[in-house]
Design a protein around this ligand. Structure first.
Ligand code: SF4
Length: 237
């Protein structure tokens, strides 16, 4: 998909709300569109919109092998509620074995570099496998979530993966997300009831304190500007 098509897409959806954007992408791209889900509330909003628009919408999740049980539980609940299935992508066993043999199971605590190495093996590499089957991917990223996300656009070129990335909820507030979840009775991860505001690996995510931003519970031992796992690389351009 050439980058120049971004402008066509941007122009086409500029007056659409999130639901309209999803419907347009589902009808234009079909099975070449994929929706990323970490089982966060944002991703559950997108899933509800997508499955309502197209029963066969492709929703993928990255099973890093270190997710919370609550995340697996809401995955199951969602499968039953919508009579759908997630496309699950997992890291290759030999990559995990090599990494843990060399650095141990908790390398992510030792340095930002080793944390990114773990994210690369468990998330970025599996992501590149699924994105190799798509022309466009959709995420639940919002500008309000963190300093690392304050400049995201609704439609972007994903330079690292070579395809269009769409963030239909870029300008949504947390209140808007929860209203949608409640109004549509969408299943959500029990971790939110325990103070979590972002969903990731169990060992690298905790509940947040009052006044912290939504991603403060991710890799809480690092500085805020490092808090991305490599899935959402943005060019400095
Ligand atoms: S979030 Fe933590 S455990 Fe999960 S892939 Fe990244 S460093 Fe590894």
């Amino acid at each position: 998909m050439p980058e120049k098509n971004i402008d066509v897409l941007r122009d086409h959806i500029k007056t659409y709300d999130a639901d309209g954007i999803i419907r347009h992408i589902m009808s234009e791209y079909g099975q070449r569109a994929v929706i990323a889900s970490s089982l966060s509330i944002e991703d559950q909003v997108l899933l509800h919109m997508a499955i309502t628009a197209d029963k066969n919408a492709r929703i993928f999740t990255l099973d890093t092998g270190r997710l919370n049980q609550e995340t697996y539980d809401v995955m199951d609940e969602t499968r039953r509620r919508y009579d759908m299935r997630f496309e699950v992508f997992a890291p290759h066993a030999e990559d995990i074995e090599a990494m843990e043999n060399e650095h141990g199971p908790n390398l992510f605590r030792e340095s930002v570099e080793k944390r990114k190495q773990c994210c690369s093996v468990r998330k970025v590499k599996p992501l590149s496998r699924v994105l190799g089957t798509a022309d466009i991917w959709i995420t639940g990223m919002r500008r309000e979530q963190a300093v690392t996300r304050s400049l995201i656009e609704t439609v972007e070129w994903d330079e690292a993966n070579g395809l269009i990335k769409v963030n239909p909820l870029a300008d949504w507030t947390t209140e808007m997300v929860w209203s949608y979840i409640n109004d549509n009775n969408v299943p959500y991860n029990r971790l939110y009831s325990e103070g979590y505001t972002s969903i990731g690996c169990a060992c690298c995510t905790r509940a947040i304190q009052d006044g912290e931003d939504a991603r403060a519970g991710r890799w809480w031992w690092e500085n805020p500007e490092h808090k991305e796992c490599g899935l959402h690389f943005r060019s400095k351009k």
